[in-house]
Design a protein around this ligand. Structure first.
Ligand code: UD1
Length: 419
């Protein structure tokens, strides 16, 4: 990762062109972890070439899993995999490293892994993951950033998640595959990434009921066959560009949008911001006058508006004609973008989980700092909206999840480059 890299972006008077939407980060990471549940070769198509995928490959390599990446196809060979502890130096680079716990327990009945890292957007505890494992007969110990989990055998159980955590749901599903008997998980997350993981596991031979609902029943299954998987488009990357189109006069095509229902929630918000959208074949045709009026919005669990797009929405509202309110209900500290937007001339007041965004502000280019993945991408959008030039530093955060945001925005005519 090149921490010194920065992006320079000039204000755009209009956006015109097309962007091919990359494969989904949050979808592919649990699928990569789940390959551990079988012995053999899995090809994952439409895999994005991003830093988080690279780190996940390194973690799998620690477990003697072979990985090869070519032309957006990731080949994972678990044939020679064997148990090893996973070092904190690697696990701390990635929140999704915690998703290896479930498959490791299912396969080897033990896992010693360093605590996960990831974007600093709140406390991000893993108590729900661990409570679920304990219900499955797992002994859990935490000592100096290293988590040790072990069990004689995973026991199918009934467990109600106190909050529908995406990661905990994924982890517990994967552990349940290796458990004796049936596991009933109540209050699970219903995000598209959960549905896709379940579909992949069912292809491997796992029997499951309730996919897409808040109760999942998983039958422990020993013999799984490896099977290939085609990754879905990244709904958050697509949403970034959809919301960006609201802020500026735009006529753009977002290509690679197969299953439109995964972004209906984002399209609803974009429509309220004045964006016209038509879905044809595999692309979304997007047009707007770039005339955002403001409004009242809140993030929530799927199918509500995703928290990952809250910084982009905040940015768009910072350039609106009238005042807006934005409420963050998922992560308690996800307003890091505010200090940077204020440097650009925005007027935003945060109280707890509520942000009041004053309308009618003129945004002026400045140097701003990316401090997490989604906030960083939102700052690039802010650069397009601010007069003159804006420099975004610490671009490595953006590269964790966006394959090449500069290439994408050049595709719609933006004057943007790495410096
Ligand atoms: C995933 C996504 C992330 C997205 C988030 C919410 C990946 C790799 N990351 O993160 O981009 O923003 O879902 O849609 O897919 N919580 C607990 N205890 C736990 C687990 C979570 O209290 O054991 C809380 C968290 O602090 C947070 C909330 O639950 O406030 C949501 O977290 P969770 O759904 O687990 O998010 P992640 O899986 O980490």
């Amino acid at each position: 990762m090149d921490c010194l890299k920065a992006i320079s972006v000039k204000d755009a008077s209009e956006l015109n062109g097309s962007i091919v939407i990359q494969g989904s980060k949050n979808n592919v990471l649990p699928i990569m972890a789940a390959t551990l549940l079988c012995n053999g070769i899995t090809r994952i198509y439409n895999c994005p070439m991003i830093e988080d995928v690279r780190v996940m490959c390194e973690l799998l390599n620690c477990l003697h899993v072979e990985t090869k990446y070519e032309n957006h196809v990731l080949t994972v060979d678990t044939g020679c995999s064997c148990y090893e502890p996973l070092p904190y130096e690697l696990t701390s680079k990635l929140r999704a490293s915690v998703l290896l716990l479930g498959p490791m327990l299912a396969r080897w009945q033990k896992a010693e892994i360093g605590m996960p890292g990831g974007c600093a957007i709140g406390l991000r505890p893993i108590d729900i993951h661990l409570e679920g494992f304990m219900k499955m007969n797992v002994d859990v110990k935490l000592y100096r950033n290293v988590l040790t989990c072990s069990t004689y055998y995973l026991q199918g159980t009934e467990y109600t998640l106190r909050f529908p955590s995406v990661g905990a749901t994924e982890n517990l599903i994967m552990a349940a595959v290796g458990a004796k008997g049936r596991t009933i998980l109540r209050g699970v997350a219903k995000e598209p990434e959960i549905v896709e993981l379940c579909k992949y596991l069912m292809h491997m031979g796992v029997l499951m009921e309730g996919v897409g609902s808040d109760v999942l029943i998983i039958k422990g299954t020993k013999e799984l066959s490896s099977c290939d998987y085609c990754n879905v488009y990244d709904r958050i990357v697509a949403g970034t560009y959809l919301l960006m189109a609201a802020a500026l006069p735009s006529k753009i095509k977002l290509i690679g949008i197969e299953n439109i229902c995964y972004i209906k929630n984002i399209m609803n918000v974009a429509a309220l911001l004045g964006v016209n959208m038509v879905h044809i074949d595999n692309y979304l045709s997007v047009e707007s006058f770039g005339n955002v009026q403001g409004g009242i919005f809140k993030t929530g669990l799927y199918p509500e508006f995703p928290t990952d797009l809250q910084p982009v929405l905040m940015t768009v509202l910072a350039g609106a004609a009238k005042d807006s309110t934005l409420v963050e209900t998922v992560f308690e500290k996800r307003f890091q973008i505010v200090t940077e937007l204020i440097k650009l001339g925005a007027d935003i007041d945060v109280k707890g989980r509520n942000a009041q965004i004053r309308g009618g502000c003129h945004l002026q280019g400045h140097t701003v700092k990316a401090t997490d993945l989604r906030q960083g991408a939102a700052l690039v959008v802010a650069g397009l909206m601010s007069s003159g030039y804006t420099t975004i530093t610490d671009v490595s955060y953006i590269e964790r999840g966006y394959e090449d945001i500069v290439r994408d925005l050049q595709g719609v005519g933006a004057e943007i480059s790495y410096i």
